[in-house]
Design a protein around this ligand. Structure first.
Ligand SMILES: [Zn+2]
Length: 561
């Protein structure tokens, strides 16, 4: 670190912040991990208005901030840049925060049915009993549920419970009756209706087949504003200062803008518009970037999820190679690759970024192919133009596709906790050989890709320390498997993991020039935590408590008292 760097930083900061007449604030007595290679670890940070004006040793920062600076003593704690979740769902998280039935801890189908029956009594007449997050892979039986037990326990109220991955749902008999589902109902393209050996629906609907219920479900009465407020609280509490929302409607964005206008939006939100609305949105809304809300991306789905066997694979599933009719089963393509190619061309034309959900190796290849074709058609100079198209999840890759992310300038946006949840059964789904291409974070980074990390909340917890723990250990909440986790060659270093949840997540949103590291001139978004996650026992990273959250120089959580 040279002094001239810091003096330059201070000058830039003060010039940019001349309207702020208040004295700078120096946060000191801390171990500060900056995610800035110029000065990776600092002792103090000075903030003026919304921006960082100096970072360095105590003496350097005091000298730069001037004699009238105010001081906040951080008591020797650890400071990180505000963490950014590059893939979450704020409305979904808000719903669970506000009391949608959360079946995460149901340890069997019977227990899940009991919880639903209790919820049914509390649900107001006319509404559906709604909830989700069940995971049959966490039950001893590991069997996909069938509706009969549920329909006996709750015969008169419609029940609709999404699987943890959001790519399958269980309906009871009353829900199917109201939606007009019979044994003759056919699944739409990109969907499947699971059936018993007599051909009757089991109540499980995969991917696009869930749309058969969309017009019939009577909601929970929660407004989008309530959901977003609740989600914002939940995110800030665990140390997130930014979230990339992976699929909002234009209407949802207006609710966010309203919060911003009223000064009640602390969280910074990077929005991906739902694919279904994207074409119209591109035509009617130019990309917009702001300090709290940026809308310049759209979200598409190429396939389903691995847990419900909807992920689109190059070869059939190892643990269910054929469907009930005896046809090979390799998952579901949710959209025609040509449609994605057209959407990519349209996005390029309008200056939007595309973010496509792809989990299976086939879905990833089709997505990369579609992006490549659209870019070639548009005359893109590969390696020069900075389009930052993204693939969301990237859970299973054919190893030959790994280098394509860098060559196409595509960002892998991945969720470390998906790996540690799924590792219990991934090898059963795809076999040991293909599993070598599962959650290959380190291979992607070594190939030169910039990895954006997230959680996919509410599929997983929004707590980014769970994600950092999973990234550096490839172990679950019990720190298993021992000694080095599942496929330890793909673990990240702590520095890589922190970067993926900060600077490179910001990069995935074109925001790395003003967010994602503690660098003079950038927004003053940082958090104070109760332990040093760069040196503590790796197994303890999950236990981290967030003491203070500062966003744009203002306290969003905690006062340190
Ligand atoms: Zn998602």
């Amino acid at each position: 670190m040279s002094n001239s760097y810091w003096i330059l930083g201070v000058i830039v900061g003060l010039v940019a912040g001349t309207s702020a007449l208040a004295a700078p604030t120096i946060y000191h007595n801390a171990t500060i991990y900056t995610v800035d290679d110029t000065v990776p670890v600092a002792q103090a940070i000075a903030v003026d208005g919304q921006r960082i004006v100096a970072v360095g040793t105590e003496a350097e920062v005091r000298a730069a901030a001037g004699a009238d600076a105010e001081f906040v003593d951080l008591g020797g704690k650890t400071v990180l840049p505000g963490l950014i979740d590059a893939h979450g769902h704020l409305p979904g998280l808000g719903g669970f925060e506000l009391g949608l039935l959360d079946l995460t801890y149901a340890s069997s189908y019977r227990e899940m049915v009991n919880q639903i029956a209790v919820q049914a009594v509390k649900t107001k007449p006319g509404s559906w009993v709604l909830g989700g997050r069940w995971d049959h892979e966490s039950w001893a039986s590991k069997a996909m549920p069938s509706h009969s037990l549920l329909s006996e326990a709750v015969p008169n109220r419609p029940v609709w419970m999404r699987r943890v991955d959001g790519h399958a749902a269980l309906a009871n008999a009353e829900a199917m009756r109201l939606a007009g589902i019979t044994r003759d109902t056919q699944a739409p393209d990109g969907g499947a209706i699971l059936r018993d050996k007599h051909g009757n629906p089991t109540g499980i609907f995969l991917d696009n087949a869930m749309d058969l219920f969309a017009d019939h479900i009577v909601g929970d009465g929660m407004s989008m504003l309530e959901r977003l407020r609740a989600a914002q609280r939940a995110c800030i509490r665990v140390g997130l200062t930014g979230v990339h929302d992976a699929g909002m409607s234009g209407e949802d964005v207006e609710v966010l803008r309203g919060m911003d206008a009223r000064g009640e939006l602390d969280l910074r939100v990077y929005v991906m518009i739902h694919g279904a609305e994207a074409a119209e949105y591109f035509e009617t809304h130019p990309p917009s970037s702001g300090e709290r809300i940026t809308v310049r991306a759209a979200k598409f789905y190429m396939d389903g999820a691995m847990g419900s066997r909807g992920a689109w694979l190059l070869e059939p599933y190892a643990d269910r190679p054929t469907d009930a009719a005896g046809k090979p089963w390799a998952g579901l393509g949710l959209m025609a690759p040509d449609d994605l190619r057209n959407a990519a061309a349209h996005a390029l034309e309008h200056g939007y970024q595309l973010c496509t959900h792809a989990i299976g190796d086939r879905a990833n290849r089709e997505t990369l192919d579609a992006y490549e074709a659209a870019m070639r058609d548009a005359g893109v100079k590969f390696g020069e133009q900075d389009l930052r198209f993204r693939v969301e999840h990237v859970q299973l890759l054919s190893l030959s596709d790994v280098p394509r992310f860098v060559s196409l300038g595509v960002i892998p946006s991945m969720q470390p906790t998906h790996c540690t949840t799924d590792m219990r059964w991934v090898e059963a789904r795809v076999g040991a050989e293909r599993a070598r291409g599962a959650y290959v974070w380190q291979s992607l980074i070594e190939s030169g890709a910039r990895l954006a990390a997230g959680s996919d909340f509410p599929v997983e917890s929004a707590n980014p320390f769970y994600g950092i723990h999973a990234a550096v250990t490839r172990q679950d909440s019990h720190n298993e498997p021992i000694p080095d986790g599942w496929h330890p060659e793909q673990r990240l270093t702590r520095e890589q993991a922190l970067r993926a949840f900060t600077l490179d997540a910001a990069y995935a949103g074109f925001e790395n020039t003003f967010k994602g590291s503690l660098t003079p001139g950038k927004l003053a978004d940082f958090i104070v935590i109760d332990r040093d996650i760069m040196t503590c026992d790796a197994g303890e990273i999950r236990e981290t408590t967030v003491l203070r959250v500062v966003i744009g120089g203002e306290e969003a959580l905690g006062t340190g008292d």
